[in-house]
Design a protein around this ligand. Structure first.
Ligand SMILES: *Cc1c(COP(=O)(O)O)cnc(C)c1O
Length: 364
């Protein structure tokens, strides 16, 4: 039987390394609630991500819900529909209204020229998404936000470790959310974080992720439970030791794909962005005017036991749960890309022979 190739494969340390890391938990019997592993990982991530403040979460989605609540957003939030369900749901679950802005055709991030047209007196924030490791136009977003007194929270789930002219991606805007889900470049099994510039929000972020409890006999907020546990943090400590090596290996896979697929009519590949140190999180390909449609390529790969992903499809503004609320026609570029994009398998240990085989199937 031929082996199946999944769209991604989780990074894991050697089992001995993980066992060594969790051994002390059998002595301390401290399994969650900001224990020693949690503290150590926070400290190490501050340095790795080059950010001034960080708060860890049990997953990225609850990190995003938490920071939206902590910053006290109200009314309308400008965001994009070309994202994972989490971004839009986090806005709606906080009782806010997403206002969908279209995306750029070249890097799939928010089209900054269309933001100001969506601002109303109810707008309180912009929640842009760094897509596939591509970085939003952070300077212009910052300029617009300052001019209109809006908060900015980035969904940085795809951009762990990415740098812009040497600056950590998590330093832009008011805050950024990272996901450490098993399928991401860096994982803590499930996990996430918020990074932020204003240290005065640290306490409220921490309180909100622990039921709003602010003291032994006081509960000041209607919080939830979104704490990262010690076993997750231990996984993170181990994976962080190897993440640079993993990113280097991902880069080689991406270069191999590019060498195979470059210059073919009807196949559009992503370009590297100027001044950006990428993390090679995904390998998106847009099929437009190629001899096969995106859906046909998806099926042919599947017949060959290769799992690609229509990511992001469908757009969040066309989800069943939002039926009748939003007009997909107002984000035509997002619609165009969502109907044509396929992310190909990409992970550090993907064999170059398999990359070549995937490309041969697409080309033949
Ligand atoms: C993975 C992801 C999330 C959610 O993160 P979880 O850790 O899975 O909760 C949010 N936004 C984007 C763009 C993602 O890719």
């Amino acid at each position: 039987m031929k082996k199946q190739i999944q769209v991604t494969q989780s990074s894991m340390p050697d089992i001995e390394e993980y066992i060594e890391e969790i051994k002390d938990l059998w002595e301390s019997k401290w399994l969650t609630n900001m224990g020693s592993k949690h503290k150590a990982l926070e400290f190490q991530l501050l340095e790795y991500l080059k950010v001034p403040n960080i708060t860890l979460y049990t997953n990225g989605h609850l990190a995003l819900e938490g920071v939206i609540a902590a910053l006290g957003l109200t009314g309308e939030v400008i965001t994009t529909p070309f994202t994972f369900a989490s971004t839009t749901h986090a806005i709606v679950r906080n009782g806010l209204t997403p206002m969908f802005c279209d995306i750029n055709l070249d890097d799939y991030t928010i089209d900054v020229d269309k933001i100001e047209g969506l601002i109303t007196e109810k707008t309180s924030a912009i929640i842009p998404v760094h897509v596939y490791g591509n970085v939003c136009n952070v300077e212009n977003i910052d300029r617009i936000a300052k001019k209109h007194n809006l908060k900015v929270i980035y969904d940085a789930a795809h951009t762990f470790g990415v740098e812009v002219n040497g600056k950590g991606i998590g330093t832009f805007g008011d805050a950024s959310m990272f996901s450490f889900h098993a399928t991401k470049v860096f994982n803590t099994i499930e996990g996430g974080a918020v990074t932020y510039n204003d240290s005065s929000i640290k306490q409220v972020l921490n309180d909100l992720k622990n039921f709003g409890i602010t003291g032994p006999e006081s509960v000041e907020y209607v919080g939830g439970n979104a704490k990262m546990n010690e076993f997750q943090a231990a996984m993170g400590i181990c994976n962080l030791r190897h993440v640079n090596n993993e990113i280097t290996k991902r880069k080689k896979v991406v270069e191999r794909y590019n060498a195979n697929l470059e210059g073919i009519a009807g196949i559009k590949l992503s370009q590297e962005q100027d001044g950006i140190e990428s993390n090679y999180a995904y390998f998106p390909v847009v099929f437009d005017g190629y001899k096969m449609s995106r859906d046909e390529v998806f099926e042919i790969l599947k017949e060959n036991d290769i799992v690609a992903r229509k990511y992001f499809y469908p757009l969040t503004n066309s989800f069943e749960c939002y039926k009748g609320l939003y007009d997909v026609g107002k984000t035509p570029v997002a619609k165009y890309v969502a109907e044509r994009v396929l992310t190909l398998p990409l992970y550090a240990d993907l064999d170059m022979k398999d990359v070549d085989r995937i490309c041969e199937i697409i080309k033949s």
